[in-house]
Ligand binder design. Structure first.
Ligand code: PRP
Length: 183
């Protein structure tokens, strides 16, 4: 879906499809260098990371394996509580593996803090994080993120995997949702 289809639902386009792809290419070059000769296991966090994973993994000029987790945070639906429940676990045994978590967005940082600790406790050789977006002003905990695409203001963003009530995930760009949509 293109921005034109839902123009009035957005107050602005924050990041275009071309800008996303250019950034993922940039991050892919860094990952290729950092993991040279030692391909990581990419762990995507459902559902938001699907688009990032699909484009980032295809951009990489190296072999990678992909696995997926689905997690859900307890508490208010609009705000992370930091208490995380695994809805779908990895199929892969990660002891001794170099794991690169692939995320769409870091908001409060609570999900990623929990997830990294969880994967480290399984004996992974290393656990690093790639996130397309980060909202520094929304951080409740600082997460050490090795690969960040864009730092964005604490606005309600949708598109490229990010949803509002399960909609807009298939929007090609990332935009700020207009208040009339959710109020
Ligand atoms: C989003 C995002 C991260 C998490 C970040 O997922 O994909 O997993 O929230 O928030 P935090 O930094 O405040 O913990 P969400 O729970 O919306 O699920 P979804 O990916 O299925 O949309």
């Amino acid at each position: 879906m293109d921005v034109d289809e839902i123009r009035s639902d957005l107050t602005e386009v924050l990041i275009t499809e071309d800008e996303i792809h250019a950034k993922l290419a940039e991050l892919a070059r860094r990952v290729e260098t950092d993991y040279a000769g030692n391909p990581p296991l990419l762990v995507g966090v459902l559902k938001g990371a699907v688009m990032v994973m699909a484009d980032f993994a295809r951009e990489l000029k190296m072999h990678v394996e992909m696995d997926w987790m689905a997690v859900s945070s307890y508490g208010a639906s609009t705000e992370s509580s930091g208490v995380v429940r695994i809805l779908k676990d990895l199929d892969t045994e990660i002891a001794g593996r170099d794991v690169l978590i692939v995320e769409d967005i870091i908001d409060s940082g609570l999900t990623l803090t929990w997830l990294r600790a969880n994967l480290e406790s399984r004996g992974a050789a290393s656990v690093k994080i790639l996130a397309l977006l980060r909202k520094p002003e929304a951080a409740k905990v600082e997460v050490d993120v090795e690969y960040v695409g864009f730092e964005i203001p604490p606005a309600f963003v949708v598109g490229y995997g990010l949803d509002y009530a399960e909609k807009y995930r298939n929007l090609r760009a990332i935009g700020v949702l207009a208040p009339h949509v959710y109020q």
